[in-house]
Design a binder for this molecule. Structure first.
Ligand SMILES: [Zn+2]
Length: 235
């Protein structure tokens, strides 16, 4: 690893299975406190709806030097929206988020599902970077690519991968020059008693936070740079 980009999708708990927001209330402050203590920057993709509901917490993101990105207005999937609905969602989310930080240029679609034909909408709504592709999901994109005026930076691993043992994820990530990591605030709350899929609950809570610390410390030990998505695009 030469640089690493930590991204956080800020949404309700394990959508669409739950509508609770313990992740934002309890998990998000833990992440922000950890990043402050470690003096590192990250990119937070926030839904417009959660920004309206938790303005004081969302305000901390730009105030503490992180990049504020967009995760749609709600967590509804863009591949299930008509073009007009997609445009309204992007416009509404952009309007809400830009009240916290004028420069909101990065986007990630809920469930990493964003039709290619909608990329122009991103451009029209002021976005420049998209992280809705993933190395582990069809079409298995690993490399940054430019489509129209949008720079697309795929995420490297799925969030639950980081909840496995560091003996598994560290050797894997060490082989990648510039991984894009992605997590959710609800993973840092104990979800073991919740009615969700196993991959949404195993090793959530303290164990997930411990693993993230291990990753941060290992990255620092390799003199890795911590870049936001926007910084990484221009790196
Ligand atoms: Zn999401």
């Amino acid at each position: 690893m030469k640089n690493i980009t930590i991204t956080i999708d800020v949404e309700e708990d394990c959508p669409p299975m739950l509508t609770s927001t313990r992740g934002i209330e309890e998990g998000l402050p833990k992440l922000l406190d950890l990043f402050k203590k470690e003096r590192i920057k990250a990119t937070f993709f926030v839904t417009g709806e959660m920004a309206e509901k938790y303005p004081d917490l969302i305000r901390r993101i730009p105030e503490e030097g992180h990049e504020l990105g967009c995760h749609g207005y709600t967590h509804a999937r863009f591949d299930r929206m008509r073009e007009e609905e997609a445009k309204i969602s992007l416009k509404q989310a952009g309007y809400v988020l830009r009240q916290f930080e004028k420069r909101v240029v990065s986007f990630r679609a809920p469930n990493l599902q964003f039709p290619e034909s909608y990329l122009e909408l991103l451009e029209e709504e002021g976005f420049r970077y998209d992280s809705s592709l993933a190395a582990y999901k069809p079409p298995f994109s690993r490399k940054t690519k430019i489509e129209g005026k949008i720079i697309r930076i795929p995420t490297t691993i799925t969030s639950s991968f980081l909840r496995l043992s560091p003996d598994i994820f560290l050797p894997f990530l060490r082989h990648i020059t510039a991984p894009v990591i992605f997590v959710h605030p609800w993973e840092f709350v104990d979800m073991s008693g919740m009615p969700v899929r196993l991959d949404c609950k195993f090793n959530t809570g303290e164990k997930a936070l411990e693993n993230l610390k291990v990753l941060i410390h290992a990255s620092k030990a390799e003199n890795c740079l911590f870049l936001t998505l926007e910084e990484r695009a221009s790196f």
